[in-house]
Design a protein. Sequence first.
Length: 378
Amino acid sequence: MAKKGTYVVADNVVTPLGYSTAAVLQEITAGNTGVQVNEGQQFRDQPVCASLFSAGQWSEIEAATAPGFTQFEQLLLFSVQQAMQQANIDLSDDRTLLLIASTKGNIGLLEAGSDDPEGTTALYLSAAKVGVQLKYHSTPIVVSNACISGMTALLVAKRLMESGHYDHAVVTGADVISPFIVAGFRSFQALSDEVCQPFDQHRKGINLGEAAATIILSVNPSGIRLSGGSSSSDANHISGPSRTGAEMAQAIRAALESSAVDAREIGFVSAHGTATPFNDEMEAKAFMLAGLNESPVFSLKAYFGHTLGAAGLLESAVSIEAMRRDTIIASKGYSTHGVSQPVKVSNSTTHSEGIKHILKTGSGFGGCNAALVFSKAG
């Protein structure tokens, strides 16, 4: 029996740039960024250049959700509720799956010196609370796989749906930036003190960001299909990617094969593009090894930062919306080519008729890589 298709029927993103995918893409195509220098006691009075929600935005998100939830949980609820308004999906139906992706969850609460660390930071407990609030019929599946958590969650949903276990899946993810997270990236000397520059010669590191995103999948045909995907591990170093790009290329080739799409058919590549020296070089090598030398490439990190576990979902949703509009986004911050491979980094937002397939890539600590192919149906 042929596998069922997996279609995108709704999506939402919540970032400091806006609370819907369309609104955020509008800000992006206008060249705007949510990344700015943030100062204060929260970060030990050391400025951090990041995309963070303002106090006013947190008040809006809190007002739209129920009391008794952490900011991380509020983001998940807010994004799912916005996405559910677009889709006729019932989370109490046992044919509907709920997956929650995050890298750090409530880890920022440890700053307060909690005497019950598991009770405040365990992801499974947050997932259970969110599931009850959303009237989900079971316990949500939690996916925490470094910075490809969101992409991995989409792959898990796709495989469970194709095997006949579910007809619909609500895949959501979020992360909130805390002093703990900032200190971790600062210890790697991986943070940029200005808006990041993926693939550029002068790139200095990443900007962190906080966000939530939700993608709702269904076996019922719709305009966009999650046509293929794969993941791989390069086993190079706990915090450094492969130096050859071979393992990322392996994931890309497997994603293309599973979607029956040739590399030459990819309208654009939405890269992980963190603006660290090693990540961007690795991805550039992987793209060339996978035959993507003619496909435009961009990174979205300079618009809303690296949003950790939400990144794969957030960037997939924005890229899908761009594909719907036949738009190739400018890779903000890029001006002087700074990787060894001649990848075609997009330096301006352009209209390109007939985009039928796009590729989203991601990588993370521990050597994990992921690639997804989204296609226009029909």
